[in-house]
Ligand binder design. Sequence first.
Ligand SMILES: [Zn+2]
Length: 191
Amino acid sequence: MGANGKTGSQGSPAMECSEQTALMRRALESARAALDRNEVPVGAVVALDGAVLGAAHNQPIALNDCTAHAELLALRQACAARGTYRLPGAVLYVTLEPCVMCVGAIILARIARVYFGARDPKAGALGSVYDIGRDGRLNHGIEVYGGILEQECAALMRMFFAHRRALEWNSPAPGNAAGCSPASLRDSSPE
Ligand SMILES: [Zn+2]
């Protein structure tokens, strides 16, 4: 019985705007850390009442874990910090529109709102490919705001894939076309 998933709660727009920008910048910092480690540069922050409970970057390669998306790692940190498995009223910031898996976790955690930066037209599940967060058939809805610091978030992704393409062109590896035409922005490896 998800009682905390209200879809109509709105704070003060002016105050929230600066807080949103600051927390998305924090997510961008995490995304840059991923870039430094040759992971797809996605960063996420989970906050409650303005306090950061979790901040993480994408690291499926480093962890050998296909589920190690920034959002899941940040949610796990936040749950551990609060000693609970649900985070009612919490807000998640992420530099790239979340995938189906992450939106599932966001719903399970009863996150109230999600702010994302760049859209993912190939795999985004908050409006691009699917719109799970606002699917009325689920017992928890999420307020969703896309396009926060979108240019900076998208630029980071472009930088990553441009760099990867340059590496591949300089050292062609037969059978490895990853990055030239990624299945999604997040997953640079073909299925
Ligand atoms: Zn994901």
